[in-house]
Design a protein. Structure first.
Length: 516
């Protein structure tokens, strides 16, 4: 049995760089603390080259030209740690959430997929890089040895069985994380590395330092094995981004949304999942003239900043970040926030990807992703409530319906050339209904005029009198007729069948529709 340790060096900085990739090539300085007493808590290599050190105030750090300063964002750190766990769970279900910057996983059975532990480690580094994390990887048959080597070397470091002590002997004893008291004792003894500690007699060490000294000795000797505390896989996928300058236009906002969507889709793809729905929350910046009053009111009532919510529900799970961005842009174009955006929070609801297999003898159906994008563009023009599939309501009112979301079938059920009982006749509803003039003889309609057409009634059936909802303002009462009509003056034209109604409340005739 072998274990793999994944360590994220400078995890606080990498959490910020993951949200802003351009900062990887800049001198990054991370600040924390209460305003206005911000202090430097982390710097990258380029910032150290400029001379920025830990503990400096924000004003002192600003004196170094070229340094990019960012405030610590704990939400980004949580998202980066969740991405690290996603990378580990994409390889093994047996994962230990060791620390905010470290995870351990059991590699049992992975050699049948990847061949060697070195290939496994390389694949893990590649998966983490795709998630925006630069990690150290250590592999050993001893979990603690793998963790210590991941801390010490960028790797991937593969320890052959039985050679743990040789790989550990030159490493500083501080990697074992001894307590402050034991660290001082080791310094007084001149024990500076794992090899020197492993050379001490265990019995004497137990008498002097107790069980903690024995535990550290076993770790330095490469024998500190233990079982993993298995973490339960999480299915919460969230990303956030707080801006220094508020964004007002849709184009720069779309760029930021695309970055968050890409991060979410990569995380979900690593877990073999897809996006079923997107929930977007935007924190808005109050107007300048109302900023002081809004801030004072917020302090008095302890309310959160004004927010804008947007939900994007999908007919099928999707892993394409570009498609999601196009759909989200269309949604925001139809209903945009009323103030500049200061912070973005995005959550993805996961689901298993849906595979669609086309049949050789089945009618072709449109690509669901392209169809969803087309429907979204149409809805952006005519309104979201005017696009979809009509659903008849369970009531007696004629033509009562509502619009529901259109879902393309996974497979066409019936061959287009095969006729069924439901496909023999159809009715085309005319909306809005067209006013008509009807001539009667002997209680039967004999002639009809509408939309400039004059038609002679060949056959007539009716009337069918119905009424309802008289207790409401929208009550209705009408007589319906089915007519077979031939256009006057055009003998070559075949007959057409129409449904006409007489509105007893408005005292007018209307054409409801035609039969196919």
């Amino acid at each position: 049995m072998a274990f793999c340790a994944i360590f994220v060096p400078d995890c606080l900085l990498q959490a910020v760089e993951r949200s802003e990739p351009a900062l990887r090539n800049s001198a990054l300085v991370l600040l924390d603390g209460a305003a206005p007493t911000f202090r430097v808590i982390a710097v990258n290599a380029m910032a150290r080259t400029l001379g920025v050190t830990l503990g400096l105030t924000k004003a002192a750090a600003a004196e170094f030209r070229g340094a990019e300063m960012r405030l610590r964002a704990k939400e980004q750190e949580v998202a980066a740690h969740a991405a690290l766990l996603d990378a580990a769970w994409s390889f093994s279900p047996r994962v230990e959430d060791t620390a905010p910057d470290t995870v351990l996983l059991d590699l049992a059975g992975l050699t049948t997929l990847f061949g060697t532990y070195e290939n496994v480690a390389l694949q893990i580094k590649s998966r983490c890089a795709a998630l925006g994390l630069d990690v150290h990887v250590g592999v050993s048959e001893n979990a603690e040895t793998a963790r210590i080597l991941a801390y010490a070397r960028p790797g991937p470091t593969i320890v052959p069985a039985g050679q743990e002590a040789r790989f550990l002997e030159s490493l500083p004893i501080g990697l074992l994380a001894p307590s402050g008291e034991l660290a001082e004792v080791f310094q007084q003894w001149g024990v500076t590395n794992c090899g020197a500690l492993a050379a001490l007699p265990v019995l004497s060490l137990s008498e002097c330092l107790g069980q903690e000294g024995v535990r550290l000795h076993a770790m330095a000797s490469g024998k500190g094995n233990r079982s993993l505390a298995i973490a339960e896989p999480a299915y919460l996928f969230e990303e956030s981004l707080e801006l220094d300058d508020a964004v007002e236009e849709l184009e720069p906002l779309s760029f930021l949304l695309g970055r968050l969507l890409e991060q979410l889709c990569v995380r979900l793809s690593a877990r073999a999942l897809a996006v079923r729905a997107i929930q977007l929350q935007l924190e808005l910046q109050p107007g300048f003239e109302k900023a002081f009053d809004a801030w004072r009111e917020r302090l008095r009532t302890k309310q959160f900043p004004e927010t804008f919510h947007c939900t994007l529900a999908l007919p099928r799970p999707v892993q394409d970040a570009k498609l999601l961005l196009k759909l989200l842009r269309l949604r925001l174009q139809a209903n945009s926030p009323k103030a500049p955006v200061q912070k973005l929070q995005m959550r993805a609801e996961p689901d298993r990807p849906l595979a669609i297999q086309c049949g050789l003898f089945l009618a072709a159906v449109p690509d669901p992703d392209k169809l969803e994008l087309t429907l979204a563009r149409i809805a952006n023009v005519v309104g979201e409530n005017n696009v979809g599939s009509p659903e008849l309501l369970d009531c007696h009112r004629p033509d009562a319906f509502r619009m529901q979301r259109f879902l393309a079938p996974a497979q066409a059920g019936v061959d287009s050339g095969q006729e069924t009982e439901d496909s023999k006749i159809g009715f085309r509803v005319i909306r809005p209904r067209v006013a008509a003039k009807v001539e009667f003889q002997g209680g039967q309609p004999v002639h009809i005029w509408f939309q400039g057409m004059s038609g002679k009634v060949v056959h007539a059936s009716g009337p069918w009198r119905c009424s309802g909802e008289w207790w409401q303002e929208r009550g209705w009462q009408e007589d319906a007729w089915d007519l077979e009509v031939r256009v006057v003056g055009d003998e070559a034209l075949s007959s057409a069948a129409y449904c006409i109604v007489f509105d007893s409340l408005q005292k007018e005739w209307f054409v409801r529709g035609s039969y196919d």
